[in-house]
Design a protein around this ligand. Structure first.
Ligand SMILES: NC(=O)c1ccc[n+]([C@@H]2O[C@H](COP(=O)([O-])OP(=O)(O)OC[C@H]3O[C@@H](n4cnc5c(N)ncnc54)[C@H](O)[C@@H]3O)[C@@H](O)[C@H]2O)c1
Length: 454
C-alpha cells in the first residue's frame, strides 16, 4: 500500500462559500474565520458513490469541488476491484462489501463513508491497517425510533391492531374494555441513551410518568427518574421499552424471570436489538395473558432482503408469534424514515469532507478520534501534517525529530489497537521543506500514510 497518497482538500476557488461554511459549521466556533485547507499536491479528489445515497450529499460533494461518480446500485467485489483504484474516497450503504481484497486494490483510497448505521459490510481491520478511516452515522435515526415507540404505546393501549384485523375481516367490534389512554401511565425506559432520552421527553409531553434504568448514572430529562435496578423498573412500569445495545450482557435481558416481574396487564416494546428479548418466553407471557401486548421491530434472525422470508426456518417460533393478534410486528423499520436518511447523508458527507479537507477523524469507527483546532485565515503560513502510523514505540521521537527545526503550533495524537494517528500544525514551512518532511516521515518504518494539507 502506497504511503504517499494524494493530499487533498477542497479547491480554494470553490465558488460556494455557503457550502464551505456548512462543512466548517461544527468544526470551530471562533471569531477569526478558519482557513479552508487544500492539497500540497495538485490533482482532483475523486469520490465513488454507490447505492441510493441522498442526492443532497452527492450535490454537497460536487459543490465542494470533488469529482463524484454516482452509481445507484451496489457493486460486486470484482467490479469494485476493477473500479476503485482511481478513487480517493468511497461512499456506500449496506449492500456493498468492502473486503480486504477491495482495500488492497485501492492504492489511493483515503476514507470510506458508510451512509447507514452499521459498518459490518466493511473489513474495518484491513481498512485501519491501510490507514483508511471508516465513518458512519449511528445516531441520525434516534428521533425516528422514538416517534415509532410513541405510536406503538398508543396502538397497543387502544388495541388498534386487533380492531383493524377484525374490521378487515368484516367484524364490527366497538369496545372500550381493556383500552386505555397513555396519559398518567408509567413508561419504563431501559437504556437512556440517544433514543431512550428523546423518548423520555416525548412521553412526558403526553402526560406519562417516566422511569428509566441504565448501567450508568445519567442526568434525567424533565421529571423522569432513574431507578437503580431493572427489577425496580419492571415492577412499576405499565409499558417497558428497550433501548440498549446488543452486548453479551444484554442478550436475553428480558426473559421468563423478567417477564414475570412485569406488572400484570403491562406491555413490552423492543425496537433495540433482536437478541435482547427471549421471544419464546415472551410468547408464553402473552398467551397466558400476563402481558397485554407487545411491539417487536427487531428479531434474533432477520431476512436478508424484502419478501416472504419471516418464517419458522428463520426463527422457529415465527408462526406462533405471527398468530398473536395483540403483537405489533414490524420489519426493523424503527429508524427508516426519509428524515433519517437525509440526516445520515448530511452527517457522513460532513465526516468525509472533514477528513479529506482537515484530517479530522472524529466519528471514525476503526480509528483513533483526533481533531485539531482549525487553522485560521490569518495563519497563512501554517501547514497541517496528518500522519497515520503503526502503534509502536519510538514513533513520536522520530516524528518530533523531523519536526524539530520548525515551530509546532499544535499537535495531538492518539491510538486505537494497532493504529495511531498524529496531527500537527507547523508554521513558516516552505514548499521545499514540505517535500523534505514528506520524504523523512515516509521513510520511518512505522509510517502507514502521511498527508500534508496547506
Ligand atoms: N429499530 C431500529 O431501526 C433501530 C434504529 C436505531 C437504533 N436501534 C437500536 O436501539 C438501541 C439503542 O440505540 P441508542 O442510539 O439509543 O444507543 P445509545 O448507545 O445512545 O444508548 C444505549 C444506552 O443503553 C445503556 N445500556 C447499556 N447496557 C445496558 C444494560 N445492560 N442495562 C441498561 N442500560 C444499558 C447505555 O449505557 C446507553 O445509555 C441500539 O441497540 C440500537 O442498535 C434500533
Amino acid at each position: 500500500m502506497s504511503a504517499n497518497r494524494l493530499s487533498v482538500g477542497a479547491s480554494p476557488a470553490s465558488p460556494n462559500l455557503a457550502v464551505q461554511e456548512h462543512v466548517l459549521r461544527r468544526r470551530s466556533i471562533q471569531e477569526v474565520p478558519p482557513r479552508f485547507l487544500q492539497p500540497v499536491e495538485n490533482g482532483g479528489v475523486r469520490l465513488l458513490i454507490l447505492e441510493n445515497i441522498s442526492q443532497e450529499a452527492v450535490a454537497a460533494f460536487r459543490t465542494l469541488g470533488f469529482h463524484v461518480d454516482h452509481y445507484t446500485t451496489a457493486m460486486s467485489e470484482d467490479e469494485l476491484v476493477e473500479k476503485i483504484p482511481s478513487y480517493h474516497a468511497i461512499g456506500i450503504r449496506s449492500k456493498t462489501k468492502i473486503t480486504r481484497r477491495v482495500i488492497r486494490a485501492a492504492p489511493k483510497l483515503l476514507a470510506i463513508g458508510c451512509f447507514c448505521i452499521g459498518t459490518n459490510q466493511v473489513d474495518l481491520k484491513a481498512a485501519a491497517a491501510a490507514g483508511i478511516p471508516v465513518f458512519n452515522s449511528p445516531f441520525s435515526n434516534s428521533r425516528s425510533v422514538a416517534e415509532l415507540v410513541m405510536s406503538e404505546l398508543i396502538a397497543l393501549s387502544r388495541q388498534l391492531v386487533e380492531r383493524s384485523i377484525e374490521l378487515r375481516n368484516g367484524i364490527w367490534n366497538k369496545k372500550s374494555k381493556g383500552c386505555w389512554e397513555i396519559r398518567g401511565k408509567t413508561l419504563g425506559i431501559v437504556g437512556y441513551g440517544h433514543i431512550g432520552s428523546q423518548l423520555s421527553v416525548l412521553a412526558e409531553s403526553f402526560g406519562m410518568r417516566v422511569l428509566f434504568h441504565d448501567v450508568i448514572n445519567i442526568m434525567p430529562l424533565g421529571s423522569a427518574r432513574q431507578v437503580p435496578t431493572l427489577s425496580a423498573l419492571l415492577s412499576e412500569a405499565d409499558f417497558v421499552t428497550l433501548h440498549v445495545p446488543e452486548l453479551p450482557e444484554t442478550t436475553n435481558l428480558i426473559s421468563a424471570q423478567q417477564l414475570r416481574e412485569m406488572k400484570a396487564g403491562s406491555y413490552l416494546i423492543n425496537n433495540a436489538r433482536g437478541k435482547v428479548v427471549d421471544i419464546p418466553a415472551l410468547v408464553d407471557a402473552l398467551k397466558s395473558g400476563h402481558l397485554a401486548g407487545a411491539a417487536i421491530d427487531v428479531f434474533p434472525q432477520e431476512p436478508g432482503s424484502n419478501g416472504p422470508g419471516f418464517n419458522d426456518q428463520l426463527n422457529p417460533w415465527a408462526t406462533e408469534l405471527r398468530n398473536l393478534n395483540n403483537v405489533i410486528l414490524t420489519p426493523h423499520i424503527g429508524g427508516s424514515t426519509e428524515e433519517a436518511q437525509r440526516m445520515i447523508g448530511d452527517e457522513v458527507a460532513q465526516a468525509l469532507s472533514s477528513y479529506l479537507g482537515y484530517g479530522s477523524t472524529l466519528g471514525a469507527v476503526n480509528f483513533p478520534e483526533v481533531d485539531l483546532r482549525a487553522i485560521t485565515a490569518e495563519q497563512g503560513t501554517q501547514i497541517r501534517i496528518c500522519h497515520v502510523h503503526k502503534n509502536q514505540p519510538g514513533v513520536l521521537r522520530q516524528i518530533n525529530e523531523a519536526l524539530s527545526p520548525y515551530n509546532v503550533e499544535k499537535q495531538y495524537s492518539d491510538s486505537k489497537g494497532d493504529i495511531a494517528y498524529l496531527m500537527a500544525d507547523i508554521a513558516d514551512v516552505s514548499r521545499a521543506d514540505v517535500n523534505k518532511l514528506q520524504e523523512l516521515i515516509d521513510s520511518t518504518d512505522a509510517n502507514i500514510l502521511t498527508r500534508f494539507l496547506v
